[in-house]
Design a protein around this ligand. Sequence first.
Ligand code: SLL
Length: 142
Amino acid sequence: MPMVIVKPIVYGNTAKHFGSKRDSDGHTHKWKLYVRSFNNDDMTKYINRIQFRLHETYQTNVRVLNQPPYEIEESGWGEFETQITIFFADPYEKPVIFFFHLKLFSTDPDVVVGRKPLVNEYYDELVFQEPSDVLTRAMNST
Ligand code: SLL
């Protein structure tokens, strides 16, 4: 019988306007970019590391996180496309690469003035087809 294990995740970003533009660097927003487990399970059982590729305007724009929380806190002035790569605990599982548009701006007046943070979040699933015995045991023990 074919064996599939599904791990639900949530990824996205939050952002909040400073209230004014910072003189030193022109930054206007604080933001956080993240990948989380949807059901709060221990992601280290199946994830080795997550790489976030930020816009080239950021210093060391490729950031690698070896353990949770898989999140980056930064500030900036513009929206951009991020590339997120998930490397799995089982090196035989091919890394998953996806793109995500980091959002800062909104038409919600409360968000515009920084009264309310912007939340730009998506649900997805990591699907392991015929996972190895080791991975299966590790994941089922959560
Ligand atoms: C564009 N979407 O395509 C824009 C790029 C880049 C945003 C936005 C950098 C901060 C810093 C920052 O906010 N970059 O330099 O420290 O042109």
